[in-house]
Design a protein around this ligand. Structure first.
Ligand code: GDP
Length: 358
């Protein structure tokens, strides 16, 4: 709701600005996001989101859960299956355009379904979309129409998975109107629910995302974030690693290959194509980082390393199958079965291991 009384609350726009807006009315926060790429904080807490999720089981609805295929585990909503009660869930893996074209989409969907089941989520169907490029959006709309059986549709997801972009795309596909919803690279752009009327008196409801704090996006400046977030189809980089070698993913993260099953072990890195990977000896890695982070290893910049960028924290794993070591929001490293590895990420950013996607 647009309001002119309280600058700290959602929907605020100064009266003077409101008088000037004619065809399009949007709040000061959306205005700044659109024109200056600036984000302002407003009161919307995780508790508000949980309260909202709690109501879902009382509704008759189809739930469309959008996740970021590039950050699968991190973008799942814990307990979603319980929150939705008997309502069916359609799982949508967005940002499909970032995955290498050589990967079979059917395989990825199988992997998504298995991984979802493991996390306690039992979707009735699985989709891969690119909200940005428009890939598979028609098919998704047809599936929504099929599964909703005359019910409302709730679109849920953590922040930054591309939910608003997807809804803009849907609105555009249905009506021809462009960019109705403000989107941005910053997590948490959508604040309140947005209802889009469907032609049978029901609604497609865009909901605010829960804030997903272990994402890299929360620790970088807008400029650095542009560098670290994959923008185009990822071209994996491959390495043959021996025991005791380290790869730095610019200065954002670090991968230690402690021990592997063979003398030389094939490793693949899925990361924005412009980010540089640097190989060094594990024994020298601490020194190397201390000396070169912010210089040879960039982003982040020296200044950010000294001020806002958290120090790297180490997580150790042993693989029992071919696995991906995932740095939330940044990318992943695929390692063979029976490897001892460690992943380092800025404090607060999730580092997890999963069955290899590829
Ligand atoms: P929301 O917080 O889930 O509503 O996410 P937004 O729609 O605001 O999108 C978050 C970021 O992801 C923005 O930088 C988008 O440009 C980007 N994004 C959204 N959809 C896609 C997609 O299909 N592919 C890629 N590569 N990026 C996307």
């Amino acid at each position: 709701m647009i309001q002119t009384m309280n600058p700290d609350k959602a929907g605020y726009t100064p009266q003077s600005a409101l008088n000037k807006q004619k065809d399009e009315v949007y709040c000061q926060r959306c205005f700044r996001l659109r024109h200056y790429n600036e984000i302002a904080d407003v009161d919307y807490s995780d508790d508000d989101f949980l309260r909202f999720l709690n109501q879902l089981s009382d509704k008759e609805a189809l739930i469309v859960n959008v996740i970021d295929i590039f950050d699968f585990t991190g973008s799942l909503i814990p307990g979603l299956q319980r929150f939705v009660g008997n309502n069916p869930i359609l799982l949508v893996g967005n940002k499909e355009d970032l995955l290498p074209r050589s990967l079979k989409r059917s395989k990825i969907k199988d992997w998504m379904r298995q991984s979802a089941n493991k996390a306690g989520l039992r979707p009735i169907d699985v989709f891969l979309t690119s909200a940005k490029k428009g890939g598979q959006v028609d098919e998704l709309l047809a599936a929504i129409e099929k599964y909703r059986e005359g019910r409302d549709v709730y679109i849920v997801g953590v922040t930054n998975v591309g939910k608003s972009t997807l809804i803009n795309r849907i609105i555009n596909q249905l009506t021809g109107v462009q960019e109705l919803i403000t989107t941005s690279k910053f997590p948490g752009t959508t604040l309140d629910r947005i209802e889009i009327p469907l032609d049978d008196g029901h609604f497609l409801i865009d909901t605010p995302g829960i804030i997903h704090r272990n994402q890299m996006a929360h620790y970088l400046s807008p400029k650095e974030l542009r560098l670290a977030t994959p923008q185009k189809e990822i071209k994996p980089k491959t390495y043959q690693l021996q025991a005791g070698q380290t790869l730095f993913l610019s200065a954002l993260a670090r991968f230690d290959f402690i021990k592997g099953p063979k003398e030389r072990n094939g490793i693949a890195i899925y990361l924005d194509n412009n980010l540089k990977v640097h190989r060094t000896k594990l024994a020298n890695a601490d020194q190397f980082y201390a000396k070169h982070a912010g210089e040879i290893l960039q982003p982040p910049t020296k200044k950010e390393l000294e001020t806002t960028f958290p120090k790297l924290v180490r997580y150790e794993f042993k693989t029992t199958e071919k696995s991906d070591l995932v740095f939330a929001g940044l990318g992943w490293v695929t390692v063979p079965k029976n490897s001892n590895i460690a992943g380092w990420a800025p404090e607060g950013v999730g580092v997890t291991i999963r069955k290899a996607m590829i």
